[in-house]
Design a protein around this ligand. Sequence first.
Ligand code: SAM
Length: 337
Amino acid sequence: MRKNTLNQILQGDSLKLFQDIPDNSVDVTFADPPFNLKKKYNSYRDSLEFQQYLDWCEKWISEMVRVTKPSGSIFVHNIPRWLTYYVSFLNKFSDFKHWISWDAPTAPMGKTLQPSHYGILFYAKNAKNNKFYEIRYPHKRCRRCGYLLKDYGGKKDMLHPFGPLTSDVWTDIHRVRHNKYRDNHPCQLPIHLLERIILMSSDEGDIVLDPFVGTGTTAIAAKRLGRKYIGFDIDENYVSITQQKLEQEDSSSRIGNIWLSFFMKEPITIRNTDWEELSKNFVIPQDMKKIDYVKIRTDKKIIIPENGEKKDLPLFKNIELNNTVSETDLCPDCLSD
Ligand SMILES: C[S@@+](CC[C@H](N)C(=O)[O-])C[C@H]1O[C@@H](n2cnc3c(N)ncnc32)[C@H](O)[C@@H]1O
């Protein structure tokens, strides 16, 4: 890999830019291509003929597979319609792992069922060597009273304090809706979606490549998590927005020396293997049966691993962490369950 490609956002056609990326050199490739739905991009017409679009997709998908290391992973995000064709391309050169269903409303398509998920295909270059970490997300709770939404019956004391292992259906990550959090781009993905993908498929220092980086979501997630990134986009304006955003970012999405993903300053994705170490920074009810109405919370102090000293957690400065409800505070909906 050329040094001047790493940690760069390159402007140009992705098929051309791929030519400079050696075979088997990238740990994770992620693509969120134009969906051919006539979206208003700055410098790209999102309306190719059906077969023309699929032929183009097959080319960049095979480039993604070519540059991915034998231990690496390939992720492609799109609407189910196009993914059904992508599967047939990917099955030729790589190993299927998952079709992740990301629960998010999509545009109405005429006389059909209302589409309400995007798919993310997850392939291993070689399933035998694939680098993969199980991940966990926080227990889902009622927004009014904080009570656990799922009824675990008599098994509460066996619950994991942080939350369940993540399945292939993701319902806890929402699209970026408010304009104040959006760039001038028609389909920007949420950063914590990419952070989840990166945490489960790579380690610190690994290389993540996105051939349609838009306004930089994948590169920002990679930088926040201490990974290296490479991004391509055909649009000069998106490239410049991404470069400016990356200058404002640092690699600080961690507690102590453990990388994790935050949303609204709360942990949203952790690796299962990190919990033992991470748990030292959380306040957890001693009686796990109380987990249904007592939410674990991050201690405002974190343990510095080198010397065991406790120090303020920068992300939590000035935030009141008062998440505890008692049984008598339940809202009427949760009381009647
Ligand atoms: C769906 S958007 C990606 C959005 C991105 N995931 C984000 O969160 O910002 C697709 C991007 O592909 C870019 N694009 C379209 N054709 C391209 C090509 N041939 N080479 C490189 N980029 C291209 C568009 O400019 C657009 O930014």
